[in-house]
Structure formats: C-alpha cells, structure tokens
Design a protein around this ligand. Structure first.
Ligand code: CP
Ligand code: NVA
Length: 297
C-alpha cells in the first residue's frame, strides 16, 4: 500500500516517477486515464484551504472518482473521536484519503489504521504536494532542477521549506534558507536529510546567483497567536525588487499562496511574477493527479 505522507518518505526514483507523469495530465485534462473510476476518496480538513481543497476535489473527479469533503469540525473527529477510530471507520467505506491537519502523527496514524492510500495535504511538518507541483512548475520553465540554486526566504522552519529540504536531498539541487536563527529548520532535519542545504541569516547573501526565490507566509496556520512576534522578527526577510536584483537574471519568484503583500513579498514583485505564481497554483491540480495515479497504480 502506497501513501504520500511526506517528501522524506519518498525515494528519488518515486519523486521522479510522479513528476514524469505530470505533463501528460496537464496536456490533456479530460482524455487521460481514470484510475479512480468508481472510487470515493475522503478529504478530511482541519485547516482552511482554497488551492489544495479545490485541486484535489477537481482532480479526484477528473480521475473518475468521487471526492467526499469532510470538514474535521463537522465530523466526530472534531468532538474528540480519535483519529485511529476515524481511520478504522472510513477505511471500511472509502478507497483513499487526503488529510490536512496539524500533527504529522495524525496522518501517519490514519494511514496505519485505515488501510487505504493516504495523502498529506499539509501538516505542521510538511506540505509534500505543494513542493512536487512547485518543482514541476520550475522545470517546465527552466528545465531540470538538479544542479540549480533554490533560495527560500522567510520562516525557514515551517512545513513548506522542510519539504523543500527533502526535495533538495533527493533531487540534487542546492537549497539556501535565509531566516533569523529562531526561524531556521531543526538541525536534526538537516542532518537526517543531507544534501546541499545551507541556512543563513542574510537574505541577500542567500539570493546571490539563485535560480529561484521562494517565499511563504510568515504566520502559518496554527501560529496566529505568534503573529506580532513573527512579523517583527521576519521584517527583513521580504522578497522584493532589491532581493530579486541579487538573484540570477531571469530568476523565478515563487510563492505557494496565500500571499500577504507588504509582508513576505511586496506588491510590485508579486504582480511582476504573478504568471509563475498562479501557474504554481494551477499545477497543484496536474501534479496531484500524478500523485493519485501513482498511489493506486
Ligand atoms: N498553497 C496551499 O496549500 O494553499 P491552500 O491553503 O489554499 O490549500
Ligand atoms: N506554511 C503555510 C502554508 C500554507 C499553504 C501554512 O502552514 O499556513
């Protein structure tokens, strides 16, 4: 039984196999294979979502399946029924599950107890589907990411940069993370991952010669109580025209969205790179179809 619980749990060959199927799904929205024909997939979401929810609902539908969206607050899970029991119930009724939640362990428990393919649609630890779509977006514009330089600027300890760390380790590109010390990823993750991952405090130094500048919100979901501290600490880590000038000419600027203009990116830079950024969002649909086809293939 295959799951996509994290990028840490994917091998290089598995990542390449998934990415290699994305172009066919993108080229032909309706005429492609329908590996979920007759299946129902639960989508259990404990956090807000626009892109992930819609791309999975549409993607499951276009692959022949039926998405069943379950707001965690509307099912007994929200009243304290354990994830393991929820998994044992749903596993007897649905063919797969897509889960957005807080604890990574909840996704792992759901996979272990449900007996159906399970996808991490964002936890506090990782956002694997996002980074697969982002790599596809980079490669369709700039060719193989292997050997390139990706610079992440902002909250370097949250789910998005952590998934980037595992992607860098598997696919052989250099990842630079520019963040204040308190917002750099755990040493233990860097040691486990290996690869060419460098953390630094100076965003300009991290941007020099980069093929891509990437940022994410300063206040991730679940961290709202820390908003004022985070905005104060991360104030110098904005992707803006001056940082773009330090990168390689023609560098891509990417953002997983939602974007907070004037915080992690300025309005001018966001709009100048909107075509890339909204392609990232669209590519969630195509990349996740490749993930789902791989899971059931
Ligand atoms: N990037 C992303 O996962 O967006 P949503 O939170 O809208 O799903
Ligand atoms: N790091 C962000 C990603 C949103 C898609 C969060 O967890 O809120």
């Amino acid at each position: 039984m295959k799951h996509l619980l994290s990028l840490e749990s994917l091998t290089r060959d598995e990542m390449i196999a998934i990415l290699s199927r994305v172009p066919a799904f993108k080229a032909n929205r309706r005429g492609h294979v329908r590996p979920l024909e007759g299946q129902t997939w639960a989508m259990i979401f404990s956090k807000s979502s626009t892109r992930t929810r819609v791309s999975f609902e549409v993607g499951i539908h276009e692959l022949g399946g039926r998405p069943l969206f379950l707001n965690a607050g509307d099912i007994q899970l929200g009243r304290g029924e354990p994830i393991r029991d929820t998994a044992r119930v749903l596993g007897r009724m649905v063919h797969g599950a897509v889960i957005r939640t807080y604890a990574q362990q909840d996704v792992a428990d759901f996979a272990a107890y449900s007996g159906v393919p399970t996808v991490n649609a964002l936890t506090d630890d990782e956002h694997p589907c996002q980074i697969l779509a982002d790599i596809f977006t980079f490669e369709e514009r700039r060719g193989p990411i292997s050997g390139k330089v990706v610079t992440f600027v902002g909250d370097g300890a949250c789910n998005v940069p952590v998934s980037w760390i595992w992607a860098a380790a598997r696919l052989g590109f250099e990842l630079r993370i520019a963040a204040p010390p308190a917002y750099q990823p755990d040493r233990s993750i860097l040691e486990r991952a290996g690869g060419r991952v460098v953390c630094m405090e100076d965003p300009r130094e991290a941007a020099v010669g980069a093929d891509m500048l990437y940022t994410d919100v300063w206040v991730s979901m679940g961290r709202e109580a820390e908003a004022a501290d985070r905005i104060a600490a991360l104030g110098g880590y904005q992707v803006n025209a001056s940082l773009v000038r330090a990168a390689k000419p023609g560098a891509l600027v990417m953002h997983c969205l939602p974007a907070y203009r004037g915080k992690e990116i300025d309005e001018e830079t966001f709009e100048a790179h909107a075509d890339t950024i909204f392609s990232q969002a669209e590519n969630r649909l195509h990349a996740q179809k490749a993930v789902l086809a791989w899971l059931v293939g």
